[in-house]
Design a protein around this ligand. Structure first.
Ligand code: UD1
Ligand code: CA
Length: 454
């Protein structure tokens, strides 16, 4: 079926009270419109048309992609008018699916069911039975329950206002009739707008079948008009993610206190404590434990590793059985081999840390290669930057770096070598050697401390 998707995203979103166009406000770190576009993409349509108006330039810039046709609606004259703006770019469509840019939790399965049920010949709409349908268009049905029309809240009479079946706005239009219907809409209604919803009555008048589908839950079709509703969507989205994780074998200390802003791929028997935030693409393998208050972004944590409290892990590869934190900061390009240990207040960047190597306290290791089993003492600094260029520090397997060593790169410490505490190392150290560069200690016996002058 030749399918086109039209996403409405021209509205201002005044109630957000924001300089940012409404559809760019994020849910789980991604613009609401981005979620809707991804959902549309999953149906592999012929083309995705996004109708923009308020903040058009910014929206277009932020979400630029080759498969999107941006359509400008310079004046917001209603949802019907908005869809009509895309018509010149839609040819031979057998079905046009209309989505809203501010309804980001819609499931692909729901959309697919609607699209399939409506097919090429029928009008399809997604409706929802609501406790309180205030503000929504009402689905008006006839004596034998067949759909007759949608009536907007502001145009509804007292009897119609009692109807609890609301219009989600998501609709499938048969390609053959769409243009004709959209061009014959009128704006003589309470809001003086061209209502997309009026196509339902047109379909009924022409004897075109009307098919109705429901979402799996009400959250799927919730929109965000203000920041309160945005926060509700965020929680609903997060709840979906945590439910999935638990179903897959991950234990969460509190499902309400874990946030996933991106994609988290997880194995089994993982334990995640409270206030952990995942960002971007993260993969964690079986048996990993993540203690409270960690941020983990674009990283891979292999089986059996423990990330202790308050650690920040970004762009890192953590091998199996590693021990990280508390208060560790792994920056992009960090690679920990099996059983490596990174302790408190240690920062690593572009560093390859060998199997079983230890950096337990208060160190900076950047642009470095650390061999298997090396032990880096407290307060070690790789001086990797001369203010202009970056240089590499190499530390051989089994080396022992004394506390408070400054390693001035480029420099190489041999395998099994030792540096004395407090040394500034500027030259290579051969394998198994000791390098020491501190001033020799002097002791002056019976030292008289100065006295206060009268
Ligand atoms: C619309 C439906 C209503 C439904 C409700 C669900 C119509 C006439 N009414 O009402 O039946 O219950 O959604 O939320 O369709 N937009 C444009 N250009 C425009 C007007 C709107 O792009 O000229 C976009 C908005 O940015 C928004 C969406 O279309 O994303 C819906 O518009 P909105 O004004 O919120 O429609 P409602 O009045 O809520
Ligand atoms: Ca609305």
């Amino acid at each position: 079926m030749n399918l086109h998707v039209v996403i409405l995203a021209a509205g201002q979103g005044t109630r957000m009270r924001s300089a940012l166009p409404k559809v760019l406000h994020p849910v789980a770190g991604k613009a609401m419109l981005g979620h809707v576009i991804d959902c549309a993409r999953a149906l592999s349509p012929q083309r995705i048309h996004v109708v923009i108006g308020h903040g058009a330039e910014l929206v277009r810039e932020r979400l630029a992609a080759a498969d999107i046709n941006w359509v400008l609606q310079s004046e917001q004259l209603g949802t019907g008018h908005a869809v009509a703006q895309a018509l010149p770019d839609i040819q031979d469509a057998e079905q046009i699916l209309v989505l809203y840019g501010d309804v980001p939790l819609l499931r692909v399965e729901t959309l697919k069911a609607l699209s399939d049920k409506a097919g090429k010949a029928c009008l399809g709409m997604l409706t929802v039975e609501m406790q309180d349908p205030t503000g929504y268009g009402r689905i008006v049905r006839g004596a034998d329950n067949q759909v007759l029309a949608i009536v907007e809240q502001k145009d509804a009479n007292a009897a119609q206002l009692l109807i609890r079946e609301g219009n989600t706005g998501i609709m499938a239009l048969p390609g053959e009739q769409a243009a004709h219907w959209l061009n014959s809409l009128s704006n003589s209604n309470a809001q003086g707008e061209y209502y997309l919803t009026d196509v339902v009555a047109l379909a009924v008048a022409q004897g075109v079948g009307v098919q109705v589908c429901q979402p799996q839950d009400e959250q799927e079709v919730m929109g965000a008009n203000n920041r309160q509703q945005l926060a509700t969507l965020e929680r609903a989205y997060q709840q979906r993610q945590t439910q999935r994780l638990m179903a897959e074998g991950v234990s969460l200390a509190d499902p309400m206190r874990v946030d996933i802003r991106g994609e988290l791929q997880a194995g089994q028997d993982i334990f995640i404590d409270v206030n952990v935030v995942f960002e971007g693409q993260v993969r964690i393998e079986d048996g990993v434990v993540i203690e409270p208050n960690c941020v983990i972004r674009n990283s891979h944590i292999a089986a059996g590793s423990v990330i202790k409290a308050f650690s920040h892990i970004d762009g890192a590869e953590v091998g199996p059985q590693c021990d990280v934190g508390p208060y560790a900061r792994l920056r992009p390009g960090t690679r920990l081999q099996q059983g490596a240990k990174i302790g408190n207040f240690v920062e690593t960047k572009k560093a390859d840390i060998g199997a079983g190597a230890k950096i337990n306290h208060l160190s900076y290791v950047g642009d470095a290669e650390v061999g298997d089993g090396a032990n880096i003492g407290a307060g070690t600094i790789t001086c990797n930057y001369d203010g202009v260029n970056k240089f590499v520090t190499q530390i051989g397997a089994g080396a022992f770096i004394g506390s408070n060593t400054a390693l001035v790169a480029p420099v190489r410490i041999g395998a099994g070598a030792v540096t004395g505490a407090g040394s500034t190392i500027t030259q290579n150290v051969p394998d198994n050697a000791l390098a020491i560069s501190r001033v020799k200690q002097r002791v002056i016996e019976d030292w008289k401390r100065p006295e206060k002058k009268e």
